[in-house]
Write a protein that binds this ligand. Structure first.
Ligand code: HEC
Length: 157
């Protein structure tokens, strides 16, 4: 009987730990601004969902696969920082930071292709977007062959 209680207690503990670490991981990685960064990508079509300017950041773990293709190693990360567009002298230029998104390779996230998707407000707070409903659709449709990563390193620079 005592043994069973211990087993249950352990299960409860590890369950809590797993939940806590899953929650912890949905945070913007510290220092991502120092990762390799794409050139500015500007979408000026107001009808596009991507209306705005954005930069893609890729971490060291993901870089090799980003360049050569294949399945990304566990823990690989991408961050995209989006900005609004404002007019300056008739030209579209980058405005205010509007959104930050994260993809992190996490094989437990089976419903979303083995990636954790998360959206953040400009100040880095989770914006409560649903990874399966709000994120994975496009990535699944457009990038099955590249492990759900849509952008390409070849047009990074
Ligand atoms: C309407 C389709 C669409 C939806 C919805 C979408 N994305 Fe994307 N995502 C894209 C496209 C297209 C790119 C490539 C942008 C580029 O080439 O500059 C991209 C790129 C990314 C990247 C950089 C890595 C890559 O795949 O190129 C991350 C990270 C990302 N998206 C996260 C998210 C998150 C998190 C969500 C949900 C909050 C989300 N996306 C929802 C279409 C979408």
């Amino acid at each position: 009987m005592k043994k069973m209680i211990i087993v249950f207690a352990l299960a409860a503990l590890t369950g809590v730990a797993a939940a806590a670490s899953a929650a912890e991981k949905v945070a913007l990685p510290k220092g991502f601004e120092k990762w390799e960064k794409s050139k500015q990508k500007m979408i000026t079509d107001k009808k596009s969902l991507f209306y705005g300017a954005h930069y893609i950041y890729v971490d060291q773990k993901a870089l090799k696969t980003y360049k050569s293709g294949g399945v990304y190693p566990e823990g690989s990360r991408f961050v995209v920082v989006n900005y609004t567009i404002k007019e300056e002298g008739g030209k579209p230029v980058e405005g205010k930071k509007s959104m930050v998104v994260l993809m992190k390779k996490d094989r437990r996230q089976q419903a979303t292709g083995g990636w954790q998707f998360a959206g953040f407000s400009p100040d880095g707070k989770l914006s409560g977007l649903d990874p399966a409903k709000d994120c994975f659709g496009c990535h699944e449709k457009d990038a099955k062959a590249t492990d759900y990563v849509i952008s390409k390193y070849s047009d990074f620079k």
